[in-house]
Ligand binder design. Structure first.
Ligand SMILES: [Mg+2]
Length: 266
């Protein structure tokens, strides 16, 4: 990976990249892999960027692991006598949305779904206080907004939690009003493309000129259903493997190379 110094020197050719024509023919740049080429194409082609929230922007549950919240939801459902609405796989799922999605599909509009959603929203709002910003996400968001790319958040999290986080980091202006999160209709959680469609419509964006950045297979499936190109962000190899297995063509383990590309657009 080519590393560039931070600061205002990014438009100058980097000394490490300055080679003679002869050298260029015999010494391929190390990062010219197919995946890097694809990532470059995705980032350069993006006029609108739809960010998933938990993962690409921050680790929402850094202070309190998501799997703890997911387990508590299963226990809460059990306590309501509704544990059997979940499959074994859903009971063991680390994603707090799995149980909610399943209950929403089976008992739409029920008070129980409403109560479960309300409890999760409160937990997400609480989690904002201890969320960890994803490395390079803040400058990437600011730089993209500064070069005129329009941004939205398309997430399964509560839009209230997203707004609070962005406000705390002084990033609201880069997104507002385009925060599309969980609604009362839980059948519309990703992988359903509903939140992406809302964003595209409100931004007046063509799907092919947009880019979704997400960290789960549900993000990829939602992007695919909306015909929006997808860039995977994975903070570890396990998550990268899941994204690639789901068909992601480009997965980055850091937002730094994305930020480098966007800075070159200035
Ligand atoms: Mg996510």
């Amino acid at each position: 990976m080519v590393r560039r110094p931070l600061g205002n020197h990014l438009l100058r050719p980097h000394t490490h990249l300055v080679t003679s024509d002869a050298e260029k023919e015999t010494a391929p740049v190390a990062d010219e892999t197919e995946e890097h080429r694809k990532m470059t194409e995705l980032v350069r082609g993006a006029r609108h960027v739809l960010f998933d929230f938990d993962g690409p922007i921050c680790r929402l549950f850094a202070g309190r692991p998501a799997h703890t919240i997911a387990r508590e939801q299963v226990e809460w459902l059990d306590a309501q006598g509704l544990g059997d609405v979940l499959t074994e796989k859903e009971r063991g799922d680390d994603d707090p949305h799995a149980a909610l999605r399943s209950l929403g599909l089976q008992r739409p509009d029920s008070d129980l779904v409403e109560e479960m959603e309300r409890r999760l929203s409160e937990q997400e709002l609480w989690a904002v206080r201890s969320a960890w910003p994803t490395e390079h996400a803040d400058p990437l968001i600011r730089t993209w907004a500064a070069v005129g790319v329009r941004l939205a958040v398309t997430t399964n999290n509560s839009p209230r939690a997203v707004r609070r986080y962005l406000s705390d980091r002084d990033l609201s202006g880069c997104f507002e009003p385009h925060i599309y999160g969980r609604t009362a209709d839980l059948t519309r959680l990703k992988p359903d493309p509903y939140c992406l469609h809302r964003a595209l419509n409100a931004l007046g964006a063509a799907p092919a000129g947009a880019l979704m950045i997400g960290d789960t297979a549900t993000d990829l499936l939602a992007a695919r259903a909306a015909d929006v190109p997808f860039l995977g962000y994975a903070r570890n190899e396990r998550k990268a493997g899941l994204l690639r297995a789901a068909g992601a063509e480009a997965v980055v383990s850091s937002l730094e190379p994305v930020l480098d590309l966007v800075r070159k657009r200035r």
